[in-house]
Design a protein around this ligand. Structure first.
Ligand code: MV4
Length: 446
């Protein structure tokens, strides 16, 4: 096992990883930017290396500076958290070349699954349902038109290097498809330096469901059931819950087994999430794999009682996955509200600044993951998430009730937060009955 791990991230996920390190008897080194050097959370680490100016390109995304920090502090491994370099195969490769263990999958698996066209191929090989669409990449708009004629409009054009909603175009007719193809290709080329496109039938009003998985270096893999992340705004998740409230046991079993087959087919190791769209008739279709620990891993931890970040570290050190699938049980219901420093009354605009008052809620079944406290400053340079409020109870009704109580109890002043938006969502009948799709926020909220 490693004696020191360097955390190439900031904020709540840095705190989350420091905690896992300390429980494993490992020292935690954090890198930070000049904007974070006086933040309270960095003092939780055993050592801090300030690596550069606030701009992410000069700090949390700067590979040479991060590698240097690991070498100077003699860290045997790097945990990338989520965002920043977490899904950068080049970074994972450089870590390996420098003799530092990247806590995540190997670069080849990351590259393979990071390419959505190849990920679709892996899924098909593993007999996992994919959205009807192109075989491999689209050569040109002629091929796109021909295929769309076959599968029927509306269709979606997606960038092979995209994901999370970036580089997507919908086309409702032949006329719009030509323009959409050119626009999507140019956008993908500019954003990812890779203009490769593929096509999928557009699934109307889907839910977003994802399966959590862990795999070791010897071919053992288990799933930790699904999360429902349907409540999103502009591809930013607001609320996640598990289990998915509309899945029956048989569909759940099929979904989770499909996800397992997929990562086994990819010879994957470490934590992964397989994302699916769920249509009106509860058919599921694979869309992409996330090769990192995700923000919402916490709710899976609550219902399964397993520490996923600790497992990630143990698996990276070469330990085998000693968990058996039958030992992983779902217990009750968990829900997470992402508390962002944003003003929901003004288009969720960022609301950075000093927090004069920070009083988090508590009580049975309430978990807060945060790097914030009174007197801390929310910096304008980074993601606006300042806390995750997680509730775990026996039933969904109890979760909603306690979540509302906890949100009302949470005092954060004077900055604006998404707490009022969460209360509004939780009070909405469509949310309470879970009669929702990914358009819920845009359709029903302000
Ligand atoms: C889709 C889709 C409908 N049909 N693909 C958006 C993020 C990316 N992960 C995939 N996304 C979508 N892909 C097909 N074939 C609708 C979306 C989508 C979406 C998916 C999940 C959660 C929220 C969403 C919001 C808008 C669109």
């Amino acid at each position: 096992m490693f004696s020191r791990i360097l955390i190439a991230n900031r904020g709540e996920i840095a705190v989350r990883i420091i905690r896992a390190c300390h429980e494993l008897g490992i020292e935690a080194v954090v890198v930070c930017s000049q904007a974070d050097k006086d933040a309270a959370y960095v003092k939780m680490a055993d050592e801090v290396v300030c690596i550069g100016p606030p701009s992410p390109l000069e700090s949390y995304l700067n590979i040479p500076r991060i590698i240097s920090a690991a070498e100077i502090t003699d860290a045997g491994a790097i945990h990338p958290g989520y965002g920043f370099l977490a899904e950068n195969a080049k970074f994972a490769e450089i870590c390996r070349e420098c003799g530092i263990t990247f806590i995540g999958p190997d670069p080849d698996a990351m590259r393979l699954l990071g390419d959505k066209v190849q990920a679709r191929e892996i899924a098909k090989k593993a007999r996992v349902p994919v959205v009807p669409g192109s075989e491999g990449e689209l050569k040109d708009d002629r091929e796109a038109l021909k295929l769309a004629g076959k599968i029927g409009y509306p269709v979606m054009l997606k960038a092979a290097a995209g994901g999370g909603g970036r580089g997507m175009r919908i086309a409702h007719s032949e006329i719009s498809l030509r323009g959409a193809f050119a626009a999507a290709r140019a956008e993908a080329e500019a954003a990812f330096k890779n203009g490769t496109l593929y096509m999928e039938k557009f699934i109307e009003q889907p839910r977003h469901v994802e399966v959590q998985l862990l795999a070791d270096n010897s071919g053992n893999a288990v799933h930790f059931y699904e999360r429902d992340c349907t409540v999103q705004r502009r591809h930013q998740k607001l609320i996640e819950e598990c289990p998915c409230p509309v899945l029956d046991d048989e569909t759940r079993e099929n979904l989770c087994r499909a996800a397992l087959r997929l990562i086994k087919e990819a010879n994957y190791s470490s934590a992964a999430t397989c994302e699916f769209l769920l249509d009106k008739d509860n058919n599921f279709y694979f869309i992409e794999v996330n090769t990192r620990i995700q923000v919402e891993h916490t709710i899976t931890e609550m219902i399964t009682g397993e520490d996923l970040v600790r497992w990630q570290i143990r698996l990276a050190s070469g330990e085998p996955l000693t968990l058996r699938q039958k030992d992983i049980q779902m217990n009750g219901v968990a829900m997470e509200c992402r508390i962002n420093a944003e003003d929901p009354q003004h288009g969720y605009s960022p609301s950075p600044g000093r927090i004069e008052r920070f009083i988090p809620p508590g009580g049975l079944g309430v978990r807060i993951d945060t790097h914030m406290c009174q007197g801390e400053t929310v910096s304008p340079y980074y993601d606006s998430m300042i806390a995750k409020l997680i509730v775990h109870k026996r039933t969904r009704d109890e979760v909603i009730n306690t979540m509302k109580r906890a949100l009302r109890e949470f005092q954060i002043e004077p900055i604006k937060t998404t707490i009022p938006a969460h209360l509004e969502i939780l009070a909405h009948n469509k949310f309470v009955t879970s009669d929702i799709d990914t358009g819920f926020i845009e359709k029903h909220m302000g």
